[in-house]
Structure formats: C-alpha cells, structure tokens
Design a protein around this ligand. Structure first.
Ligand SMILES: [Zn+2]
Length: 74
C-alpha cells in the first residue's frame, strides 16, 4: 500500500465523518426546530372553541367541554 492511497483513504474518512456530523446536526435541527414553534390549531366541533396544542398529537381534548378534536389542516 502506497502513501498516496493511505492519504486518499484518510481524506475519504475525514470527509465521511464531516458528512455524518452535518447529517446528524441537520436531523437534530429538523426534529427539535419546528416541532416546538409550530403548534397545531384545533377547533372544537362541539362548542367552537379554538385552541392550539403540540404538533405531535393527532387529537387534542377541548379545554372548554372536553371533546376530542382533529387538528385544522391549512
Ligand atoms: Zn369544546
């Protein structure tokens, strides 16, 4: 094995590590970024109360009458 190929392997590994680091930071940014800022909007079909809840919940209970509601899709 020559010095040339050793350097090539080293550069490839370094680039791969950088790419993996970028990929994981991007994944973390996407996972924690929008989920906290973008709440889902719910509108109660029973009493008409409009409220927000976390984006990761599919159905949310109305705080006024307790009915489960689907989120409003814009
Ligand atoms: Zn309600």
């Amino acid at each position: 094995m020559s010095i040339q190929s050793l350097i090539e392997i080293y550069v490839t590994l370094a680039l791969g590590a950088l790419l993996a680091l970028w990929f994981f930071s991007e994944m973390r940014r996407r996972r924690f970024g929008p989920t906290h800022s973008e709440d889902r909007v719910f509108r109660c079909v029973q009493c008409g109360f409009v409220y927000t809840d976390d984006a990761d919940v599919d159905r949310s209970r109305c705080s006024q009458c307790g009915k489960l509601n689907e989120p409003i899709v814009f």
